[in-house]
Design a protein around this ligand. Structure first.
Ligand code: TTP
Ligand code: MG
Length: 345
């Protein structure tokens, strides 16, 4: 039996703002611009009591909560905080999958208490990063994800192997990731509101009525989910590019910047400990009107000469001046692990 923990930060962007300015914790506050047609990214829990929600137009949020404090948002800070959180979560995991900026799955050693580990990680994030997170612990990704919402904010919930049947039976099908409003409505028309309702249907019937979603529903409504954690995306290419202050005109001008690009690219390869000879070269050209083209050729070497040939051919595709040039190399299929092991920072 696997042990999976799903961790999701509480009102993430808002939590970072409240950490840096604790006065904001006492008032309803949201991240969102006052510009026309702006939407709310997220809001703190006091704001949620007024009905303010993510993706809601700012104008509507202000109607629900006229004294809502609006913050413009600081994406670069949120990314840094996210990286800190992810580093803490990744450390004890046997397998790790980051799902979004504030959310990740960990698969942990079956011999350890996942409940204790989750508590420990939440404490550590609070102490070292200064925000609260919630966790769900269960035997698969689906159940862990639903469980992390159960005691939100700043809580955790365990769905143990013996609790699965009782946990899913009353669960509204809408809580199953992948069941959106449209499918929910369709299911309701067939009398399916909860997982228990769906369990009464055979696999054949579910698939006949709802296609592939029906097959997934058949599993999820029983609390089944075999999906493995998807570890880091495999890196298949290494490339560098440059946007020019003034557009370049003609092949000559483009060839002049090639040595500089090549040098930067070779540095990347060195860091990644990858041999240029194992890569198929490609060039990328973005023209003045932002039209973009990529040209690859396995017959060419990933060398100065090879790139020059590709560049000449790519430029023939459009007569416009060039605003961006890029060069890169693609791993041959099956050779990808090398790049994963030596990820470039
Ligand atoms: P969520 O985890 O969906 O939301 P949250 O962390 O703000 O709140 P919760 O406590 O319910 O988990 O999203 C994470 C961040 O992603 C959120 O802080 C802001 C951003 N985001 C948007 O910018 N727009 C959106 O519509 C959503 C849903 C999230
Ligand atoms: Mg969140």
């Amino acid at each position: 039996m696997r042990k999976i923990i799903h961790v999701d930060c509480d009102c993430f962007f808002a939590a970072v703002e409240m950490r840096d300015n604790p006065a904001l914790a006492q008032v309803p506050m949201a991240i969102g611009g006052r510009e026309r047609r702006g939407v709310i990214s997220t809001c703190n829990y006091p704001a949620r009591e007024f009905g303010v929600r993510s993706a809601m137009p700012v104008a509507q949020a202000l109607k629900l909560c006229p004294h809502l404090v609006l913050m413009p948002g600081r994406m670069s800070v949120y990314k840094q905080v996210s990286a800190q959180v992810m580093a803490i979560l990744r450390a004890p995991a046997e397998q790790f999958e980051q799902v979004s900026i504030d959310e990740a799955f960990l698969q942990v050693d079956e011999r350890h208490s996942a409940t204790q580990l989750a508590q420990q990680l939440r404490d550590q994030i609070w102490q070292q990063v200064g925000i609260t997170v919630s966790a769900g612990i269960s035997v698969n990704k689906f159940l862990a994800k639903v469980a992390s919402d159960w005691n939100k904010p700043n809580g955790q919930y365990l769905v143990g192997p013996n609790d699965v049947a009782a946990f899913v039976a009353p669960l509204p099908v809408r809580r199953i990731p992948g069941v959106g409003p449209a499918l929910e409505q369709k299911l309701q028309q067939h009398g399916i509101h909860t997982c228990a309702d769906a369990q009464a249907w055979s696999l054949t019937e579910l698939v006949r009525r709802f296609g592939r979603s029906g097959a997934t529903l058949f599993e999820r409504c029983r609390g089944l989910d075999e999906r493995p954690l998807r570890s880091e995306r495999v890196r298949k290419t290494i490339s560098v590019e440059k946007t020019f202050l003034n557009d370049l005109t003609g092949l000559e001008a483009c060839l002049e910047v090639l040595p500089d690009l090549l040098q930067r690219w070779q540095q990347r390869l060195m860091h990644a400990q990858v041999d240029a000879r194992s890569l198929a070269p490609f060039v990328k050209v973005k023209f003045a009107d932002f039209h973009q083209t990529t040209l690859a050729d396995h017959q060419q070497d990933a060398s100065a000469d090879g790139f020059a040939v590709l560049l000449a051919r790519a430029l023939k595709r459009d007569q416009q001046p060039v605003r961006l040039l890029g060069i890169g190399g693609r791993m041959a299929a099956g050779d990808e692990r090398q790049l994963t092991l030596f990820e470039v920072p």
